[in-house]
Ligand binder design. Structure first.
Ligand code: HEM
Length: 514
């Protein structure tokens, strides 16, 4: 889950220093967004503008940015420019050019900084670390195991049968929910439904079993698991912000640990069950068959404890990132019927109506891919990330930074950069089509991160999104609920809508025959 990514950036935001006006530094040109130091020699980072913690606090508490830290990214970019200091030794990057310069210099084993609150639970209970919590060479070894069977589009295609089955159940659920509405076309709180879809989808890959999230009644164990995830996440911020001594006196730490206990005990139970099946097959001389979990459990480089740690982190990372990305995509399509028409044209012509698309087919649909890419540009659900470069000094934007300088990467501001994206607040999937026009700078929108530390679940998430969009758009025209109004975006670790999204799923066949 994205809270891991934001942790170090969040911690730093609370410690910003006094600002210097952008135009007061010699290093900045008047043209904000493309400002580089004018000298040949990189300048010391002390020359950068500062963002003050007092002003930050004022903006968060009195200017209404508390829930809108993604908008604060843009606001502060206007104030301080594309690169500035957020405390004595922390730096904010918020232009595609500066981001590219930094990331092209990243370490062999990239780090996002201190992950201790995640490690604390694992150390306390003796569980292994996962890809978020482990660092250095150990991380590299773990990723080389986790990447196999997941990272390449070819690997993701192996799960298309599983994903397709979950999509079918979700479509059935949408049909059922519509029928329950007065005009037989409204689905209320789609984000919640998409959460259930994403959890079911990723769990069916990671645990090689179905959890029942799409059934009319969610099984009690699964319901407790969902509640445990919510409990853990709702206490994260308190754990992050409160001093360690408060853990024994205030309730947040106990609740946080209870959340993790619930998550791990459910995950452990499912993993142990799979382990038993594998063991039985080995004992009876049968071939061991299975997918991701079987592969991990059979891998000599992974102890069972490592599997508990990794599978749990993969699961948490995959759920509300995918579900909120889908929520925004459906919202944008409902608001942009001309884009939806183009998408319908593509999905209804490239694959015969009586057949489901294969993974290879959906990933070759240019408009479908462009719709997802553009939605993720407008709503990069992980709106900020972090990097700590420890092996060397780096120069970015004409400034020199010492080893271990923590960088905050403000992806919302970057993917709304006006010099890179004309009309950045307009949904325009066409900007990503390879139709002879120049495509935007690739660093302008990197919703899955970058390089070897980039998202391990990217191909799975994309495939889930493509397959679901394909099926729903082929069946329904998605229209806004006339009483719903516009959604605003709030940042609660990931970018989520400020109120429930209700959408009309109008039967295309019924409409066409009417
Ligand atoms: C639309 C959905 C998703 C988005 C937008 C997303 C975004 C991200 C981003 C921005 C990062 C940080 C990368 C970096 O620091 O360069 C990340 C890391 C990660 N993601 Fe995703 N993610 C999504 C879905 C998934 C899924 C489905 C899984 C699991 C199967 C997953 C597992 C992970 C893991 C384990 C990491 C940490 C990798 C590491 O530190 O080595 N993500 N994701």
């Amino acid at each position: 889950m994205a809270v891991w990514l934001c942790q170090s950036a969040l911690k730093r935001r609370g410690m910003w220093l006094w600002p210097h006006r952008v135009f007061a530094t010699r290093a900045f040109s008047t043209e904000m967004g493309h400002t580089f130091a004018s000298q040949d020699q990189p300048r010391p980072m002390d020359d950068l503008p500062h963002a003050s913690s007092v002003k930050l606090l004022y903006r968060l508490l009195f200017q209404g940015f508390y829930n809108r830290t993604h908008e604060l990214q843009i606001y502060q970019k206007q104030q301080y420019g594309p690169i500035y200091r957020d405390r004595v030794n922390g730096v904010v990057i918020n232009s595609p050019q500066h981001l590219e310069e930094l990331l092209r210099n990243e370490d062999k084993f990239p780090s996002r900084g201190d992950m201790s609150i995640w490690k604390d639970y694992r150390d306390m209970r003796g569980f292994g670390d996962g890809p978020f919590t482990v660092e250095g060479e150990q991380w590299y070894k773990l990723r080389s195991v986790l990447n196999k069977r997941m990272l390449h589009p070819r690997d993701a295609a192996d799960y298309s049968g599983v994903i397709s089955a979950v999509v079918t159940d979700f479509v059935d659920r949408i049909v059922y929910l519509r029928q329950c509405s007065p005009r037989a076309d409204l689905v209320t709180d789609l984000a919640n439904e998409l959460y259930r879809f994403s959890l079911e989808g990723i769990a069916s890959i990671l645990f090689e079993t179905r959890l029942g999230c799409l059934e009319k009644e969610i099984p009690a164990g699964t319901q407790d698991f969902i509640a445990a995830i919510a409990q853990m996440f709702s206490n994260v911020l308190a754990v992050l912000l409160m001093p360690k001594w408060s853990r024994s006196v205030l309730p947040h730490w106990k609740r946080y640990i209870a959340g993790w206990d619930g998550i791990f005990s459910y995950a452990k139970q499912l993993i142990d069950k799979k382990l038993e099946v594998i063991q039985q097959r080995v004992d009876t001389g049968q071939e061991v068959e299975g997918e991701y979990l079987t592969y991990l459990l059979s891998n000599p480089q992974m102890s069972v404890n490592d599997v508990y740690g990794s599978v749990t982190e993969l699961l948490l990372a995959g759920v509300d990132t995918t579900s909120n990305s889908l929520t925004w995509t459906f919202y944008l399509l409902s608001k942009n019927p001309q884009c939806q028409d183009k998408l319908y044209e593509e999905v209804s012509t490239l694959v015969p109506a009586d057949r489901m698309p294969s993974a290879q087919e959906v990933v070759r649909m240019p408009y479908l891919r462009a719709v997802v890419k553009e939605s993720l540009r407008m709503y990069p659900v992980v709106s900020m990330n972090a990097r700590l470069i420890s092996s060397k000094e780096v120069s970015v934007g004409g400034y020199r930074f010492s080893k271990n300088t923590p960088f905050s990467l403000f992806h919302y501001a970057i993917s709304h950069d006006e010099d890179t994206f004309q009309e950045p607040f307009t949904f325009r999937p066409e900007r990503w089509l390879r139709d002879g026009c120049d495509r935007p700078n690739a660093f302008g929108s990197i919703p899955f991160g970058y390089g070897v530390r980039g998202c391990v679940g990217r191909r799975i998430a994309e495939l889930e999104m493509y397959m679901l969009l394909f099926r729903l758009i082929r069946m329904f025209e998605i229209k806004p609920d006339p009483t719903g109004g516009d959604l605003k975006c709030i940042s609660r670790t990931v970018l989520i809508p400020d109120k429930p999204l209700n959408l009309r799923f109008v039967d295309r066949q019924r409409e066409n025959s009417a």
